[in-house]
Design a protein around this ligand. Structure first.
Ligand SMILES: [Zn+2]
Length: 241
């Protein structure tokens, strides 16, 4: 049975929990949801390497979600392995390559290279299927003016991506479990704070929420998290799809 495992649950500057990225495993495939700059170490903690990854879906272009693509693409290219599938909303491609990866990956010893020399780019829109795993993609509420996506996976698991609360998405899809972006800082304008989550979701919904993308010192507010009836997703947390 396919499963999703969180290989990291940290905020962008976490040094303890790796970037919030996920591994979707099924027969014959290991796919990543996002590949941030800690992806090599996060995979090593699972006895895997970037060469073991044959597909990746990118939610948005922040370093903790995309800068691992440099190693993922390069390691497989240099090893002569098949190009990994790169599922990508077409509106993200220019931002991903021209504004993020090209400076590092655009020229190698053999000459100029493009995104498609490293990856089998698959443009995806509102819904796509990878093997036995279905993704129903929605736009999230993250950095204003910057595209960011989350997904309902196999109709029961919500992976929020980086975002403020999304009560309309929860009401629309009614997911059984929600892996939700979270920050312990109430002043953060682009990630969901505890008070915002309390305001947006009722208690039955909050009991289905596991928080991810949190800061290293999150234990300081553990009592408040417990009182909210939400829980922290630990690094390595896995759920059947
Ligand atoms: Zn982000």
């Amino acid at each position: 049975m396919p499963r999703l495992q969180l290989i990291g649950v940290g905020s962008a500057d976490s040094v303890r929990h790796f970037n919030t990225n996920a591994l979707v495993e099924q027969s014959g495939s290991r796919m990543l949801i996002d590949a941030g700059h800690t992806v090599g170490r996060a995979l090593a903690a699972c006895q895997l390497s970037t060469r073991d990854i044959d597909a990746v879906w990118i939610t948005h272009c922040h370093a903790d979600h995309i800068y691992g693509l440099e190693r993922l693409g390069s390691e497989r290219l240099f090893a002569g392995l098949a190009k990994p599938l790169l599922y990508l909303d077409p509106r993200l491609e220019d931002e991903l390559w021209e504004h993020s990866l090209k400076g590092s990956m655009g020229r190698i010893g053999e000459g100029q290279r493009t995104l498609r020399d490293y990856f089998d780019v698959q443009h995806v829109g509102g819904e796509f299927q990878h093997g036995a795993v279905q993704f129903q993609v929605f736009e999230t509420r993250h950095t204003p003016g910057k595209l960011c996506f989350g997904a309902i996976i196999n109709r029961h698991l919500m992976y929020s991506g980086d975002t403020l609360p999304l009560p309309e998405i929860v009401a629309l899809y009614r997911p059984e479990m929600i892996l939700h972006d979270f920050t312990m800082h109430e002043s953060n304008p682009v990630h969901a704070s505890l008070q915002q989550l309390l305001d947006a979701y009722d208690a039955p919904t909050r009991r289905r929420i596991k928080l991810m993308s949190y800061e290293d010192n999150v234990a300081q507010i553990q009592d408040a998290i417990d009182a909210s009836e939400m829980s922290l997703a630990e690094q390595g947390f896995a759920v059947a799809l």
